[in-house]
Design a protein around this ligand. Structure first.
Ligand SMILES: C[S@@+](CC[C@H](N)C(=O)[O-])C[C@H]1O[C@@H](n2cnc3c(N)ncnc32)[C@H](O)[C@@H]1O
Length: 254
């Protein structure tokens, strides 16, 4: 082997471990969300020692130290050298529950056992025709599953809502003119109505109709300028001046 080939083989020997332990970033970030580390840090003024943080999140200091070391390595949180206290980074701020750009609900959805199970079926589904990996894992599509499992439906709706809020705020800010002259707008597959609420807030002349499956709209927050209608978009969609459809290509259930 020449020197270049030897170097490439050595690099492969190192790189392969990223795949052996490829699950760890998601698992540790989920752990940080469940322990509410970002929120606890924020509520204590944005900086805490290991001892104070451990007691606030009810963890053993040695376990939490290892978790924080991994998170810091990944850019979540930093250790302030002068005070030896943990503090936020732009990445860890995305784990704050009530931050406008919070993505915690999406992490909790995609890291749930229900959403991870289909990935274990990928190879078997790739070798047969038809059906999704989700169906192989759960015996029905993701919407059927959600209709039967309210807790999972809530995980989906919260995840969609957290990202819809971010996306629609950008759409309204950058392309607000597309909503001018529209008297009524139906959001097809609008989830819990978050997207439409943001649009109606910014364009109060619009009457918003949030259309989604019955089990989704029955759990959606009422009012705030948005009427909820349940149904199947493949059969009929409520009449309106315009329709709005937003999908998340990153949603692994589809
Ligand atoms: C990927 S989510 C997108 C939600 C929302 N538009 C957003 O971007 O945040 C797709 C939505 O379509 C809804 N949906 C799926 N099948 C549907 C159907 N046949 N009729 C109406 N809504 C449906 C789901 O319940 C879900 O809320």
């Amino acid at each position: 082997m020449d020197v270049k080939s030897i170097k490439e083989a050595e690099k492969a020997q190192v790189d392969i471990w990223q795949y052996v332990f490829g699950f760890t970033p998601m698992a540790v970030v989920k752990c940080a969300i469940e322990l509410q580390i970002a929120d606890v840090l924020e509520s204590h003024g944005g900086a805490m020692s290991l001892v104070d943080l451990s007691s606030a999140v009810a963890c053993s200091p040695s376990a939490l130290h290892r978790i924080m070391r991994y998170l810091i390595h990944r850019g979540f949180f930093k250790l302030q050298e002068s005070t030896n206290q943990y503090a936020h980074t732009p990445l860890s701020r995305l784990l704050l529950k009530n931050e406008a750009n919070s993505i915690t609900s999406f992490v909790l959805l995609e890291s749930s056992p229900v959403m991870l199970a289909p990935w274990h079926k990928l190879s078997s589904r790739a070798s047969v025709d038809g059906g999704s990996a989700f169906e192989a894992a759960h015996g029905g599509d993701v919407w059927e599953y959600a209709a039967q499992n309210p807790a999972h439906s809530k995980l989906i709706n919260d995840a969609m809502a957290c990202h819809a809020g971010i996306a629609v705020s950008e759409i309204v800010q950058r392309y607000g003119e597309v909503f001018e002259g529209i008297g009524s707008l139906v959001d097809v597959g609008g989830g819990d109505g978050t997207a439409l609420r943001r649009i109606v807030e910014a364009c109060p002349w619009i009457r918003g109709i949030n259309f989604d499956l019955p089990h989704v709209v029955s759990a959606a927050p009422p009012g705030q300028g948005v009427e909820h209608v349940g149904g199947d978009m493949f059969k009929q969609v409520p009449m309106a001046d315009a329709a709005f459809i937003m999908v998340h290509i990153s949603f692994s259930g589809c």
